[in-house]
Design a protein around this ligand. Structure first.
Ligand SMILES: Cc1cc2nc3c(=O)[nH]c(=O)nc-3n(C[C@H](O)[C@H](O)[C@H](O)COP(=O)(O)O)c2cc1C
Length: 262
């Protein structure tokens, strides 16, 4: 079988194009540097020679891990802040819609209880994520802190807190965040930036007239963790992974710990 048929060489390799005659060979075009456009760059080209986590990373002594995930998360978060991780409170919330289609977006983590059972975030209940959580009250939360090569993964059921809790949380938000929430209509199609500016102006006036106004549908959610995994990356792929699995109820959680293959 010919090498080309076996797919070992491409057609161009099998039959190289004949060289043009010396006298007809065109002069190489020399473009002035300022007119030279950068070569088109592909994703593999851009990422070539950039393996992830190729830097000194902290160790993770899983044997010294606490009995519950909460204290370990606080410890890792403090270490992330010390290491200069930007926005360490930003996490990805993954949900599924009514058709079972996954969705994900970045949100801000508001709080985690002492045991690491309840993970709080806020969102508009009438946004896509809010509707997805109403249809299917379960989610996954994940963070990656690149400077440390650390990932935390949480899975569980989601519960919407009472409106009074949401109102109290709303009061702690910056004016800009409150205005944004009062504008609402998150993720709806926007006809033009001017339409949004108008809605912001209306929301600002409303907030000035009623400083205690709470955006309708502003919701605080708690993800009740069934599992919390702490993942310490290693450039040689000798990642250390420790998964906590909740065995007790939310009111009196108990956790088992399992070391996972990388
Ligand atoms: C760093 C960061 C923090 C964010 N925090 C929030 C947040 O706390 N709440 C929120 O609703 N959206 C937040 N967003 C915007 C969401 O990623 C998303 O665009 C928006 O909530 C609409 O999502 P949905 O269409 O899935 O409902 C944040 C985005 C980034 C990049």
């Amino acid at each position: 079988m010919a090498a080309e048929e076996e797919g070992l060489t491409g057609p161009d390799e099998a039959r190289p194009a004949p060289e043009p005659e010396a006298e007809t060979r065109p002069e190489p075009a020399v473009e002035p540097a300022c007119e030279r456009r950068p070569e088109p760059r592909s994703v593999p080209e851009l990422l070539l020679g950039r393996p992830p986590m190729a830097r000194p990373l902290p160790s993770f002594d899983h044997e010294a891990a606490p009995a519950e995930p909460g204290p370990l998360f606080v410890d890792w978060l403090a270490t992330a802040l010390d290491a200069g991780v930007l926005d360490p409170q930003a996490f990805t919330l993954s949900t599924v819609d009514a058709d079972g289609m996954p969705d994900a977006r970045v949100l801000v983590l508001r709080d985690v209880d002492a045991a690491g059972t309840g993970w709080n975030f806020s969102a508009a209940a009438d946004s896509p994520k809010g509707r997805q959580l109403a249809d299917h009250p379960a989610a996954a939360l994940s963070v990656y802190w690149p400077q440390l090569g650390r990932q935390v993964r949480v899975r569980g059921t989601v519960e919407r807190a009472a409106d009074v809790v949401a109102a109290a949380e709303f009061a702690t938000r910056t004016p800009a965040a409150r205005v944004g929430a009062l504008v609402g209509r998150q993720s709806e199609p926007l006809a033009s930036p001017a339409e949004y500016d108008e809605a912001v102006a209306v929301a600002r006036r409303r907030l000035e007239a009623h400083p205690d106004a709470v955006a309708p549908g502003h919701a605080v959610y708690t993800l009740w963790a069934h599992e919390v995994e702490f993942w310490q990356g290693d450039a040689q792929r000798r990642h250390v992974r420790l998964r906590y699995t909740r065995t007790g109820p939310v009111s009196s959680p108990e956790w088992s710990r399992t070391l996972l293959w990388p």
